[in-house]
Design a protein around this ligand. Structure first.
Ligand SMILES: NCCOCCOCCNC(=O)c1ccc(S(N)(=O)=O)cc1
Ligand SMILES: [Zn+2]
Length: 258
C-alpha cells in the first residue's frame, strides 16, 4: 500500500489493512457529546512546565507540520488525570481546507478549523517509542486544543511565520532558541474532556490519555492560510489531514467542568 495519507487511495478507510487496531475499541479521535460526558470532581488542573529549547526543529513530515526539540529537553506535564510525570515530545497540527472542517475531535458534531496536539510520554518508560509500545492508555498524554479563526495568536506567530520555510514534505528549519512554547498554553489548564484513546495516525496505538480543552485558542485568518499553503508528500495541499471520529464503544468521557 502507498504510504498512508488522507487521500482517496491511502486515507483513513485504508489504514486498517496495515494497522488492524484501526477497528479497535479505543480509537481516536471521537465526537465529544456533551450530553454523554460525566463530570469528575477529582480531575484537577494540569501543570505544564515547558523550558526554553536550545535546538528544536520545525518540520514537514508529509502529513503534518511538527515542532520537535532534541530528546531530553526537561519539559514536563503533571496533574489532571495523570498519575505520573510525562515528558514533552513534540507538538503538531491538523487542519482543513476551509473554516468548516479541520479538527480531529468534534464537540456535539461541530468541527473546528484546526486542532493542535501537544504530545507527552510517560516518564516511567526509557523512551518515547517504549511509551508508545508500553500497552494500555497511560503511555502517552496528548493535550488537544481546538483552533478557531479570530485574533492573531502572538505565541504561535514564531511557528506560523516558519511555515513557508517547510512548505514541502521532508523539509525542516531550526527554531530560534527564544521561542516560548509555554506562552501558547492558556494560563490555567482547566476545563477539559479526558478519555482513553489512541494515536490518530498509523500505527494508531491505543496508548493515549487524551485531554481535550473546551476553550479553543484563536489564530488569525492569515495564520490559518499559512497552514493551508503546506504541501504533502503527493504535492497536494496538506489540508484535510484529520481522521474522522471513531466509535466510543464502552468508554467514558470525563470532564473537569460541570
Ligand atoms: N511505525 C511503527 C513504529 O511506531 C513507533 C512509534 O511511532 C509513532 C509515530 N507516531 C507518533 O509519534 C504520533 C504522535 C501523536 C499522534 S496524535 N495525532 O494522536 O497526537 C499521532 C502519531
Ligand atoms: Zn495529532
Amino acid at each position: 500500500m502507498a504510504p498512508w495519507g488522507y487521500e482517496k487511495d491511502n486515507g483513513p478507510a485504508h489504514w486498517h489493512k496495515d494497522c488492524p487496531i484501526a477497528n479497535g475499541k479505543n480509537q481516536s479521535p471521537i465526537d465529544l457529546i456533551n450530553g454523554e460526558v460525566k463530570y469528575d470532581s477529582g480531575l484537577k488542573p494540569l501543570t505544564a512546565k515547558y523550558v526554553p529549547f536550545s535546538d528544536a526543529k520545525f518540520l514537514n513530515n508529509g502529513h503534518s507540520v511538527q515542532f520537535q526539540p532534541s530528546a531530553g529537553n526537561g519539559s514536563e506535564l503533571t496533574g489532571g488525570p495523570l498519575a505520573v510525570k510525562y515528558n514533552f515530545e513534540q507538538f503538531h497540527f491538523h487542519w482543513g481546507n476551509n473554516d468548516t472542517e479541520g479538527s480531529e475531535h468534534r464537540v456535539d458534531g461541530k468541527m473546528y478549523p484546526a486542532e493542535l496536539h501537544f504530545v507527552h510520554w510517560n516518564s516511567t518508560n526509557p523512551s518515547f517509542k517504549d511509551a508508545v509500545g508500553s500497552g494500555g492508555p497511560n503511555g502517552l498524554a496528548v493535550l488537544g486544543f481546538f483552533l478557531k479563526v479570530g485574533a492573531e495568536n502572538a505565541a504561535l506567530k514564531p511557528i506560523t511565520d516558519l511555515i513557508p520555510k517547510v512548505k514541502d514534505a521532508g523539509t525542516s528549519v531550526t527554531v530560534p532558541s527564544n521561542f516560548d512554547m509555554q506562552a501558547i498554553l492558556p494560563a490555567t489548564l482547566t476545563d477539559y474532556y479526558t478519555y482513553d484513546g489512541s494515536l490518530t495516525t498509523p500505527p494508531l496505538a491505543e496508548c493515549v490519555k487524551w485531554i481535550v480543552f473546551k476553550q479553543p485558542l484563536e489564530v488569525s485568518a492569515a495564520q490559518m492560510e499559512a497552514f493551508r499553503s503546506v504541501i504533502n508528500r503527493d504535492g497536494k495541499p496538506m489540508g484535510g489531514n484529520y481522521r474522522p471520529p471513531c466509535p466510543l464503544h464502552d468508554r467514558a468521557v470525563k470532564t473537569s467542568f460541570k
